[in-house]
Ligand binder design. Sequence first.
Ligand code: AMP
Length: 215
Amino acid sequence: MNLIFLGPPGSGKGTQALKLSQQESLIHLSTGDVLREAVKNETELGKKAKEYMNAGNLVPDALIVGLIQEKIKNGHLGNGFILDGFPRTIPQAEALKRMLEEQSLKLDFAICFHVEDDKIVKRMAGRRFCPVCQTTYNIYVEDAKPKNDGKCDKDNEDLIIRSDDLEDVVRNRLVVYHKQTKPIVEFYRNESILVEIDADRAPEEVFNSILETVK
Ligand code: AMP
């Protein structure tokens, strides 16, 4: 099963992708995670991507398409995958289609997560992140809160706010989403693989809707 997860930042697609990938033994590829790792390790890709990410803008298509192409060619997407955060523009969606066709692969579903902008801003303002073990928390969500204020449950490190979760940056990311990523919803509707999910619900309910779709 080959899936892509679409939706605004903070709509929960990363959490759901991780859970589904574990349950269904799929490869989970988050371009945001790959880029953050590259920035942390100060690789060439990281150096090029950093400024765009800090401003909440998209990294240029050529960089991202090159990254995905490498994974597909080297067979890193295995027997089934979830692409989380890719594609995010029409050129990326077209490039993905070509790259998959070259490997005789195709997408089964494009799952689009819907949450209103104001709710997203609130959700993201509560996000906290452990810089050491990368665990993400949310101080406004009962089952995602750290046990001790401001400290990671796993290693007791001080939690931080990711630079791209700051409110101004989040608002810009939403503008970018509506302008550049929303058009690919129509792209996948035309391909007849679009599934739209109300993601403004408890995480388990959202997960059950996704399971119903893919089963
Ligand atoms: P995410 O964690 O998916 O929200 O991604 C964090 C940031 O990484 C985004 O705000 C972009 O700057 C960059 N990014 C991730 N995926 C892509 C993509 N497919 N195209 C362009 N930029 C991306």
